[in-house]
Design a protein around this ligand. Structure first.
Ligand code: NAI
Length: 338
């Protein structure tokens, strides 16, 4: 079996997990190179996993012609330029979300993808590859809830991860582009429509540190979609009970919910704390299988010369909406999209 040789850039909170999946869990892929600005991260992975090449300069990695593909998990502000450089260097490309942190950047990525129709471009909206979210999509398509008219989303990070979020804030694009973007992509996917008007609010209720980046620790957006459907989005970084990702889709003939109680597993603990269902602790735990599924699908698309369901345009359209949320929040005004 030919193995797709991948160079992974970004070895932080998520990038290391992608690198590990490529190295050990995807039979038709090989982790051939890694890259990070941080030398220790590179050295650690190269030594511990016996990876042939390690780089601190992304452009040097692109000169390695043994590689077939590049997996990008660098900071959000780096994605589009790295996507363009990697495609122009004739590699297949996987990129983490968001595609870009503004429309101009996304257009650069779009043009690069259009210039290289023979290359696979895969955007990491991994929730589409989560078993429960995929099942919900199937139920909606089968008509189980009639016509979807409302989507309500909670995307809440555990407060114990807030220090990392503050450190990451300068390059995250803000609460809506960093966190709500997953829900925005899901809303577009489930509703089959783009946003028309957006009003977003929020604030630094517990962590003033986000203020200097014009960011919020908690925020919400109300969106009307072009087909008339309603979107309610709540994103926050101060969730006391753990990592809470919940989605409800209401239709004309029923509704469905995904992750209403974000429980860790099927265990209930009965003790002097009461009757306790523990909460899933973070994104790596909740979406472990989805991260693996999406990377496997990226590799399979290359091997089978297929194009993934998620496109660069999904990336652009989700960024447009998330950016409009940011604009609405920052300027306290209703934003209407063409
Ligand atoms: P992080 O801050 O922990 O790590 C960033 C990594 O990128 C570091 O290894 C850093 O050295 C590297 N890097 C940054 N700029 C670089 C450059 N120019 N050249 C080479 N390496 C560079 O970030 P984290 O949390 O791992 O997030 C990475 C990306 O993944 C972000 O875009 C984030 O939005 C996304 N993400 C997606 C999640 C999901 O559920 N799909 C969850 C968490 C993050």
């Amino acid at each position: 079996m030919k193995k797709i040789k991948i160079g992974a850039v970004g070895l932080g909170r998520l990038g290391r997990k992608h690198a590990e999946n490529i190295a050990f869990r995807i039979p038709n892929a090989e982790l051939t190179a890694v890259c990070s600005l941080i030398q220790e991260e590179v050295d650690d992975v190269v030594r511990s996993w016996d990876i042939p090449y390690g780089y601190t300069d992304f452009n040097q990695m692109l000169k390695n012609k043994e590689l077939d593909a590049i997996a990008i998990s660098s900071s959000s502000t780096e994605h589009c330029k790295q996507i363009e450089a990697a495609l122009d260097a004739e590699f297949h490309v996987f990129s983490e979300k968001p595609l870009g942190v503004n429309l101009e950047e996304c257009k650069i990525a779009e043009k690069a993808v259009e210039r290289h129709p023979d290359k696979v471009f895969f955007l990491g909206f991994m929730r589409r590859y989560d078993d429960s979210y995929a099942y919900a999509k199937k139920k909606i398509e089968e008509g189980a809830i009639g016509k979807p008219i409302l989507i309500r989303c909670y995307g809440l990070d555990p407060v114990k991860a807030v220090k990392g979020a503050i450190a990451f804030a300068e390059k995250s694009g803000g609460l809506f582009l960093d966190m709500a973007i997953h829900d925005i992509d899901l809303a577009r996917w489930y509703l089959g429509s783009e946003a028309k008007s957006i009003y977003a609010v929020g604030g630094c209720y517990a962590y003033e540190e986000f203020k200097k980046y014009n960011d919020a620790d908690n925020g919400a957006a109300l969106i009307q979609f072009k087909n008339g459907a309603i979107g309610m989005f709540y994103a926050g970084r101060t969730c006391a009970h753990g990592y809470h990702i919940e989605t409800e889709i209401v239709g004309t003939e029923g509704s469905l919910r995904i992750g209403t109680i974000p429980e860790k597993n099927l265990v209930t603990v009965f003790n002097d704390n009461g009757v306790v269902r523990e909460c899933v602790s973070g994104f790596l735990e909740r979406f472990e299988k989805a991260y693996l599924n999406e990377m496997q699908e990226f590799v399979n698309c290359i091997v089978e010369n297929r194009r993934p369901d998620v496109t660069v345009y999904d990336g652009t359209n989700s960024t447009i909406i998330a950016y409009a949320c940011k604009e609405s929040f920052e300027n306290n005004k209703l934003v209407t999209l063409e």
